[in-house]
Design a protein. Structure first.
Lengths: 115, 115
């Protein structure tokens, strides 16, 4: 079974802090994704990566950055946390086959609260 | 851009009954995938069912089946013999083939199965 793990289930940070959210997958997937989930808005894509050191902006990249130094690990960075970044953050990964991704596998999520 | 609409924020169903969750999408693409994901109260998202747009036959997975109407851009999920474990948030998602990267999610339907 594919396993996607996230470093924390719950996180509380103060406004202005730098925050790191870590995601690791164990299935050698090429693609990795970061979403935020808010009630009534569904999942919105922040960033994704299709290879080591490669990244692409999603729909809401402002205030976030990412890092992918190793294939299995994808980090989301909040450079200066703000209260409007309080949310559930979901990491996902998927297999790239002949240029076509298949279903995404999700981690358990990190509930981030910024006070 | 692709949009995915789930018009039912909340639904409920009696145990053992059948329920249908609706999803519509807007795209100019002809080649794409559609997914239903389930997110139980424990928050881990899991894939329920997948449909390739080029296949006319509706996908089924045990008690879960879809009604895929390509011309109408409709992709509803039917859950038969509902069980208490089906209580969850359900998300419809669209993936454009050949980009290999981005999913577009609906806002979700919260389903409660009543004993």
């Amino acid at each position: 079974d594919v396993k996607v793990t996230q470093s924390s289930r719950y996180l509380v940070k103060r406004t202005g802090e730098k925050v790191f959210l870590e995601c690791v997958q164990d299935m050698d997937h090429e693609n990795m994704f970061w979403y935020r989930q808010d009630p009534g808005l569904g999942l919105r894509l922040i960033y994704f990566s299709y290879d080591v050191k490669m990244k692409e902006k999603g729909d809401i990249p402002e205030g976030y950055s990412v890092s992918r130094e190793k294939k299995e690990r994808f980090s989301l960075i909040l450079e200066s946390a703000s209260t409007n970044q309080t949310s559930m953050y979901l990491c996902a990964s998927s297999f790239l086959d002949r240029g076509v991704s298949y279903e995404q596998y999700f981690g358990p999520g990190t509930r981030l609260t910024v006070t | 851009a692709q949009t995915v609409t789930q018009s039912q924020p909340e639904m409920s169903v009696q145990e053992a009954e059948t329920v249908t969750l609706s999803c519509t999408y807007d795209t100019s693409e002809n080649n794409y995938y559609l997914f239903w994901y389930k997110q139980p109260p424990s928050r881990q998202m899991i894939l329920v069912i997948r449909q390739e747009a080029y296949k006319q036959q509706n996908a089924t997975e045990n008690r879960f089946s879809v009604n895929f109407q390509k011309a109408a851009k409709s992709f509803s999920l039917k859950i038969s013999d509902s069980q208490l474990g089906d209580t969850a948030m359900y998300f419809c998602a669209f993936m454009k083939r050949n980009t290999g990267n981005q999913f577009y999610f609906g806002t979700g339907t919260s389903l409660t199965v009543i004993p």
